[in-house]
Write a protein that binds this ligand. Structure first.
Ligand SMILES: NC(=O)c1ccc[n+]([C@@H]2O[C@H](COP(=O)([O-])OP(=O)(O)OC[C@H]3O[C@@H](n4cnc5c(N)ncnc54)[C@H](OP(=O)(O)O)[C@@H]3O)[C@@H](O)[C@H]2O)c1
Length: 325
């Protein structure tokens, strides 16, 4: 099969190679997917650079993908040859991810892909949508609640807005850093958009809805001084990244008085129950709404280095996807 891989951590141009590798075959409990698209997430790029030191002789990057099951291992009763699927956790604790024509995965990491979605859209569902789902719903339904999505034009944030609206949140507020990002967040359904660089976020949130019950947060440490001012009693801050301030001082007394829950979310290792709940809700959301997939850039698999660099630069709005056909 044609594939991209690396054998040591480092800069994309220094370590990534493309070429032919042996076709994998499924063992018992596994399926083989003929991949048509692979998404590049920040985590894939950070892993290649060294956040996850390589533990195998060779690693095929990227966790998320979409394609068709073309072989089924013994004992698999949930999937059949010919099923359209999206995949997740393809390169978590496993050496061979989705930057290849084939991936072999436990059947539990492979989910039915509706006919209405393209391969590229299917490849977007893993890390971003499952993370957004967990952040929003880990503390229960959000119907009638006020939700703040920080970084509402980010890949995860964009889905958090859409899922919150689908689930009946009363107010969905997003923070962004530019007019272009504001338009993007509004198009996803945000009721109010705040430029966190030029506006007073606390004042604006108080004006729009008084306070919020859930915060889906892309930069926990940096936003904490704001979050503690606008979170309502019994609210929850779900944080999936804290890149600006890695080890923030925790305002214990402020959050204590409000009985606030702080929930770090790490998509790869969330519980099996949370993964199944996310898959079920994502299927319903896809069926019941008109989901928006923002695909910023597409590259052929052979240009995997450029795809990783595009994610590394971070200037894009939306996904970077590899076309494997
Ligand atoms: N824990 C998990 O399981 C998990 C899952 C998925 C992603 N992540 C991590 O989450 C981060 C974002 O991923 P992504 O794919 O959504 O990336 P992305 O598409 O680049 O989005 C990040 C967004 O956050 C905005 N932002 C950054 N700092 C902000 C702040 N202080 N307040 C408000 N907005 C802010 C950025 O825009 P501006 O800089 O223009 O504001 C950008 O729009 C990455 O570090 C990724 O590794 C973690």
């Amino acid at each position: 099969m044609f594939a991209a891989w690396y054998e040591k951590n480092g800069a994309a141009a220094d370590v990534m190679k493309t070429g032919e590798l042996p076709d994998p075959g499924p063992q018992a409990g596994e399926v083989r997917v003929r991949l048509h698209a692979s998404a590049v997430n920040p985590s894939d790029v950070k892993a290649r650079a060294g956040s996850r030191p390589i533990r195998w002789p060779r690693l095929i990057p990227n966790s998320d993908g979409a394609g068709v099951i073309d072989r089924v291992g013994a004992g698999v009763t949930t999937h059949r040859v010919g099923d359209r699927v999206w995949t997740f956790n393809g390169q978590w604790e496993r050496p061979f991810g989705t930057s290849a024509q084939y991936i072999v995965l436990p059947a539990t990491l492979v989910v039915a892909l509706p006919q209405s979605l393209s391969w590229e859209q299917g490849a977007c569902l893993g890390i971003p949508v499952m993370t957004a789902h967990r952040c929003l719903f880990a503390e229960g339904p959000v119907a009638g609640l006020n939700v703040l999505v920080t970084g509402g034009a980010g890949v995860v944030g964009h889905y958090a807005i859409q899922l919150a609206k689908w689930a009946g949140a009363a107010h969905v507020i997003a923070t962004v850093s530019s007019p272009e990002k504001a338009a993007h967040a509004r198009a996803a359904g945000a009721d109010a958009v705040i430029n966190y660089r030029s506006e007073n976020v606390v004042e604006r949130v108080r004006t729009v809805c008084g306070g919020v019950d859930r915060i889906v947060d892309v930069d926990f440490g940096k936003n904490l001084p704001l979050s503690k001012e606008i979170i309502r009693p019994f609210g929850a801050i779900s944080c999936y990244a804290s890149m600006s301030v890695r080890e923030p001082a925790f305002p214990y007394n402020d959050l204590l008085r409000l009985n606030v829950t702080v929930r770090p979310v790490f998509v790869y290792t969330m519980s099996d129950a949370a993964k199944l709940a996310a898959q079920a809700d994502i299927a319903r959301w896809l069926q019941q709404s008109k989901p928006i997939f923002a695909i910023a850039q597409r590259f052929p698999l052979g240009d995997v280095i450029d795809a990783h660099l595009a994610v590394e630069r971070g200037a894009k709005i939306g996904h970077v996807v590899l076309d494997i056909d």
